[in-house]
Design a protein around this ligand. Structure first.
Ligand code: SF4
Length: 143
């Protein structure tokens, strides 16, 4: 018998489940065994969720929120890019050039991630925010 639990409480998932799937904006962003998702997470949304869990042994003054809001799925442009790009601290040019495909991170369905970081390292030189600064510099140079 299988049971599917839907919850925001990752502690419940850690205690009760063998496998986990992290959903964002109606699709699975990352899924796999508990060890894969909790210990070897790749998707920045998964990392954000895991990073927002209070640690009673080391209480930080404030929890770190994931900035921004879930995108409007009726936006005609949203289907052609990563849904998390507007909130992602690691968003790069390629994240908004096309929708990332799901990638089997460990060569099987053991750990599947819908993120460009499943296949390459984060490159700050390609960060969307870096591009924005360049565009602002170019715009002010034109003035
Ligand atoms: S595809 Fe890009 S924007 Fe989307 S979660 Fe991965 S790094 Fe962030």
């Amino acid at each position: 018998m299988s049971v599917i639990m839907i919850t925001h409480d990752l502690g419940v998932i850690a205690r009760m489940c063998d496998r986990a799937g992290v959903m964002y904006a109606g699709e699975i962003a990352e899924r796999g065994s508990l060890e894969a998702v909790f210990d070897r997470s790749v998707h920045p949304y998964t990392e954000g969720l895991l990073g927002s869990i209070p640690d009673p042994d080391d209480p930080a003054p404030r929890l770190q929120p994931i900035e921004g809001n879930v995108p409007g799925l009726l936006d005609s442009e949203i289907g052609n890019r990563c849904y998390f790009a507007d909130r992602c601290p690691k968003a790069m040019d390629e994240c908004v050039a096309a929708k990332p495909a799901g990638v089997d991170r460990e060569g099987s369905a053991e750990h599947r991630v819908r993120c460009v970081l499943a296949e390459r390292e984060y490159d700050p030189a390609r960060a969307l925010s870096a591009g924005e600064e360049d565009r602002e510099r170019e715009a002010s140079a034109d003035d």
